[in-house]
Design a protein around this ligand. Structure first.
Ligand code: ZN
Length: 194
């Protein structure tokens, strides 16, 4: 984890921006350190998932008390299904656990090693998840891997309008290295032929 030390108790979007963090809301500094730690753990889980021949993406959902609700890797290749992204798998698991079509009452946060693609943004919006925390930005995922993350005009502001907080580009250098290793290892870049 990086050794950034923040002096203020609350970090505004501008302060976060100065440190290269994308955000549509302010956050308590203590809380920011906590989400940074979870993203770093998710990078480790991504590495483990790759060893098990899963995709290089991993998502976890936590409730407001810090209880883990869902923890899933991308399983597109394994399940032979184009929609089995980590976020979709985690949202499905959360619905099963909570037993309702809306997750809104639980004040949930989804953590992902990379920015959600256009499909997963839609799924997050429909799920009732309140906060999104991600690592590597889509533009970097595309540059490194060749995956097509889709078109997502101004999604972070659109989420803000809907009351969904977003914090991204967290510890992203570590996240990028894992994606680079995935490509170097010759694993599958699963995408449809155009
Ligand atoms: Zn996705």
């Amino acid at each position: 984890m990086s050794d950034k030390i923040f002096m203020s108790e609350i970090l505004t979007t501008d302060e976060l921006k100065d440190f290269g963090i994308i955000a549509n809301a302010s956050i308590r500094t203590k809380e920011f350190y906590r989400i940074q730690k979870i993203i770093s753990d998710i990078y480790l889980k991504t590495k483990e998932a790759i060893k098990l021949s899963k995709g290089p993406f991993y998502a976890e959902i936590y409730d407001e008390r810090g209880k883990l609700i869902a923890s899933c890797a991308n399983s597109v290749v394994e399940d032979k299904c184009s929609i089995c992204h980590a976020e979709i798998n985690a949202i499905m698991e959360a619905h099963k656990k909570i037993g309702h079509y809306s997750l809104a009452n639980r004040n949930l946060t989804i953590y992902i090693n990379a920015e959600p693609c256009m499909m997963c943004l839609g799924a997050i919006m429909w799920s009732g998840i309140r906060t999104v925390v991600f690592g590597v930005q889509s533009k970097d995922v595309e540059k490194i891997t060749g995956f097509d993350e889709g078109f997502k005009p101004d999604w972070i502001n659109e989420f803000k309008k809907r009351g969904i907080k977003v914090f991204g580009n967290i510890e992203s250098e570590a996240g990028k290295e894992i994606l680079k290793d995935y490509v170097l290892s010759g694993k599958e870049i699963y995408k449809p032929r155009r």
